[in-house]
Write a protein that binds this ligand. Structure first.
Ligand code: F6R
Length: 262
């Protein structure tokens, strides 16, 4: 696991955007695993600008989102499908038929999950999986106690995640209790993982993920076993890392070309 510590949330989001842009530039038909949430706003903004100003070409890119609220249709204003359209899909030249977000209205959840996994497989697997981190250590919506080899399935959100994400719903509208999410096993199958986190609230989860034991109580800790995982955090999120100075030293002495390529 490579840990890159930068000074500000903006730098974290821009670095995330640069790594994704570099992936697309190197492989035009990249298969991207995408995430939503506040951390990704700046990432998608960066990618939209790279498309608009420098012609970054998404025409052959295929994408699979990690998760969707169960019970929300694609056009619901708070669905992750709507989020993706607003933040990325409508701002770049990605082909709508090349984008997938789990169907929050799927009647047969089991069949939908198996079909979604098969579609990822048919696309050749995920080249680069973008991840945020929950304060409770979740990736995707694999909450604490999730199987570390799990596949896609329906999950119940923890009260902490529901409290945090309630901010995305208008006052008076309570958010769903369930989500469809790719599992930890699906995430581990990606060829490269890129996890971004910033802010003091993420510091305990970052420390547990990077330096704690591999445990289902912090599903993100499974990324210690991933053969190519880059973690980009700001100083506030890195505050509890015992090896912070070592991580800074490693990054400082990396050759310039390797700083984005991993
Ligand atoms: C969302 C997702 C979640 C978020 C995580 C962090 O698609 O997969 O794991 O990445 O909850 O969310 P923010 O960035 O809002 O702190």
């Amino acid at each position: 696991m490579e840990v890159i510590i930068l000074s500000s949330p903006k730098e974290v989001e821009e670095m995330g955007g640069r790594i994704l842009a570099d992936q697309i530039a190197r492989k035009a038909d990249s298969v991207l695993g995408l995430a939503t949430g506040a951390t990704m706003h700046g990432v998608y903004h960066y990618l939209s600008l790279r498309h608009e100003k420098h012609g970054l070409d998404f025409s052959k890119v295929r994408s699979f989102n990690l998760d969707e609220y169960y019970g929300l249709g694609p056009h619901h204003p708070c669905s992750y499908h709507t989020y993706m359209c607003q933040h990325l899909f409508e701002r770049v030249n990605i082909q709508p038929e090349n984008t997938r977000v789990p169907d929050g209205l799927a009647q047969d959840v089991e069949a939908h999950c198996r079909e979604y996994e098969a579609a990822i497989e048919a696309a050749g697997g995920i080249d680069l999986q973008l991840l945020g981190l929950g304060e409770d250590g979740h990736i995707g919506f694999n909450e604490p106690s999730s199987s570390l080899s799990s596949g896609m399935r329906i999950k119940t959100l923890t009260p902490m995640t529901r409290r945090t994400n309630q901010r995305d719903f208008p006052p008076g509208e309570s958010m769903p209790m369930h989500v469809l999410t790719l599992g930890v096993g699906n995430i581990m199958a990606a060829r490269r993982c890129l996890l971004l986190a910033h802010g003091a609230k993420k510091a305990p989860a970052i420390q547990a993920m990077v330096e704690g034991p591999i445990t289902a109580m912090c599903p993100a800790s499974m990324l210690q076993q991933h053969r190519s995982c880059t973690v980009v955090v700001d100083e506030a999120a890195a505050a509890f890392l015992q090896l912070a100075d070592y991580f800074r030293c490693v990054y400082k002495h990396k050759p310039e070309w390797q700083k984005v390529n991993g």
